[in-house]
Design a protein around this ligand. Sequence first.
Ligand code: ADP
Ligand code: MG
Length: 341
Amino acid sequence: MQRTNLSDLGEFGLIDRIKGKTENVQPSTIMGIGDDAAVIDSGSHYTLLASDMLVEGIHFDLSYTPLKHLGYKAVAVNVSDIAAMNGFPKQITVSLGLSNRFSVEAVDEIYEGIHAACKNYQVDLVGGDTTSSKSGLIISVTALGEVAKEAVVYRKGAQPNDVLCATGDLGAAYFGLQILEREKQVFMENPNMSPELKDHEYLVGRQLRPEGRTDIVHELRDRNVVPTSMIDISDGLASEVLHLSAHSGMGFSVFVDNLPIENQTLLAAEEFKVNPITAVVNGGEDYELLMTISQKDYEEVKGIPEITPIGFVTKEKNNILVTKSGEHVPITAQGWKHLED
Ligand code: ADP
Ligand code: MG
């Protein structure tokens, strides 16, 4: 019997393999495995369904993650996947794996964050599951959302000459994590030192308490604009551009000079001696939206201050970063090493 290591396949390879062996039989399944959320025909509209699991030691470190923020984030990352389909979240379920290390008060704190997110996104918590765990905390959220049938947006659909746009700013969450990890090291070496997070509140906040961009979905709807393709930026810009490219069968040119990067991110990049572009392209957890807008609609989108044009779609399936000096750097899954040397 053949034995293949999971690492040989990678996360995306594994999902593709599962997808390849999956057959849908329900006519109401409009989109199954492979996009940010599943799309289900509910008659008058489409229902969206997304699920994300956060695992202690993999996705979060409780030595610097307040439980309230963790609860909030577990909801926000699912809201982000619903927003990536141009939809609005409506209900969530929350499933917890808890070891006996956790107290009732700790669970209360997680739910304080979950309830705060529910209030902010106008989502109802309608169920879940609770189990014990031997290996720390696991929190899995499933979100149900809705979108008008004519407004659903997939990872596929980008057309040549569409404008590639990103919301908010990118790269901040990566440095937030670097700062938290650094302060953890300092604290472990000298427990009398108190962490220096004050100067870095924005970056740390972006890491610990991201938001799903439902506000952008509202803005687009108010302007009657439906992007031609969309994905949320959870794994770094390179990974998401490659997803849009693979699904749409198009190429993308991204202008490094146009990338929306906050001043605080640039300062942290200097401090950590990391190219800020590397953080944007290969970092992660920004939970912004990456979308393509037709030339015709772009005039309307220009009025939304939180949306920045960062490139365009090409018929040739070539994905490149165009640097300030005009150099073309291929966008690969591994990303961006090239420019650093
Ligand atoms: P995202 O980063 O947007 O949450 P993922 O990369 O986690 O997306 O998932 C991509 C697609 O694969 C989604 O449609 C998701 O539902 C599906 N998927 C992920 N893991 C599994 C699994 N174990 N079984 C079936 N489908 C999965
Ligand atoms: Mg996603």
